[in-house]
Write a protein that binds this ligand. Structure first.
Ligand code: GRF
Length: 206
């Protein structure tokens, strides 16, 4: 099945720093990524990423997620995304699991980036996990989101070495640089209709 979003309008969901979001806006601004940020949504009111969006003049909203049933939160966010005519949802450090309401509204329409070479080291603190495990390489993965934690079909990965004097901080910085590069590349591949799902595989056409 070929994935072809209806338009190039992105909905960014974030909970924190927002450096991936910023890298994506940078690519758009420089003309390297043909896309438009329709809306930025954060479930954390104090998220620096939300502030960055506002400073950049982008539509940005805070939707509270704490002490609320997941479905209620999901419905509210999905409604906003639909109102903004979003066709691709980009999770950029969004610290919540997206539920069935989301997945059913955007089938193969939600992307995530994870700071490890999946399926190794899913979940939180992936860089620390890799370091403590003693892996010699780690990296990052952009994947479609499905109902498995960090488990959907992989679009792009980038590997980096783990050096003997690495700390979580130095490794995270090395990986983050690659995250900033491949997230925009993966978004472009999806928006350009170059991704075909074959079982678990995402086959990319030239
Ligand atoms: C990144 O490491 C990303 O891989 C993970 O959350 C972090 C978000 O960082 N999902 P930022 O908010 O984009 O700077």
């Amino acid at each position: 099945m070929r994935i072809q979003p209806a338009n190039r309008r992105l909905g960014i969901l974030l909970s924190g720093r927002g450096s991936n979001f910023e890298a994506i806006t940078g690519r758009i601004a420089s003309g390297k990524l043909n896309a438009e940020i329709a809306i930025v949504v954060s479930n954390v009111e104090s998220a620096p990423g939300l502030e960055r969006a506002r400073v950049g003049g982008l539509p940005a909203v805070y939707i509270a997620s704490q002490h609320r049933p997941r479905e209620e939160f999901d419905r509210e966010v999905v409604e906003i995304l639909r109102d903004q005519n979003v066709s691709l949802v980009v999770l950029a450090g969004f610290m919540r699991i997206v539920g069935p309401v989301f997945l059913n509204t955007f089938p193969y329409g939600i992307l995530n980036i994870h700071p490890s070479l999946l399926p190794a080291f899913p979940g939180t603190e992936a860089q620390r996990q890799a370091l403590e495990y003693g892996a010699k390489f780690s990296g990052c993965t952009v994947h479609f989101v499905d109902d498995a934690l960090d488990g959907g079909p992989i679009i792009l990965q980038s590997a980096v070495p783990i050096l003997s004097d690495d700390t979580v901080e130095t490794l995270s910085a090395r990986i983050l640089k690659e995250e900033h590069r491949i997230y925009s590349e993966a978004i472009d591949l999806v928006l350009s209709g170059r991704c075909e799902i074959q079982g678990r595989r995402v086959v990319i056409s030239l």
